[in-house]
Design a protein around this ligand. Structure first.
Ligand SMILES: [Zn+2]
Length: 128
């Protein structure tokens, strides 16, 4: 059981809380990956039955559908990256630490957004 002790020393976040979080993040990652895959089948541009003799309205619908799919795909890609990052942090024993300033992320923030890897202050700076 040598490994277990080493893990405990590495992780500053309570081990008891890590395991359900890890489970949650893994599940979310799977869900996001699946959703992204499903998205491809909703993109009208990739529809095999797509006719080339569309009316203007149908064309517009397709454009909008394609745009929506792209926006969603982008959102999901971002989410997947974020979830992977959080899971890597768990592995490295850095979960709950801000990737920018290294301080502990507020647990309130983590309970709302378990995949957060920056503290509120750094997140705001990032957005600004
Ligand atoms: Zn920070």
């Amino acid at each position: 059981m040598k490994n277990k002790i080493e893990d405990k020393q590495k992780i500053s976040f309570p081990q008891k809380l890590i395991s359900p979080i890890k489970h949650f993040l893994e599940k979310e990652l799977l869900k996001s990956k699946r959703a992204k895959k499903d998205l491809k089948s909703t993109d009208p541009f990739l529809d095999n039955n797509r006719t080339l003799e569309n009316s203007l309205e149908e064309d517009l619908d397709e454009q909008i559908g394609h745009f929506e799919t792209e926006v969603k795909a982008k959102f999901l890609s971002k989410r997947i990256v974020q979830l992977r990052k959080a899971l890597t942090n768990i592995k490295l024993g850095k979960y709950g630490l801000c990737e920018r300033c290294g301080k502990m992320i507020d647990t309130d923030r983590l309970s709302i957004n378990p995949s957060a890897t920056t503290c509120v202050k750094c997140e705001k700076e990032k957005e600004a």
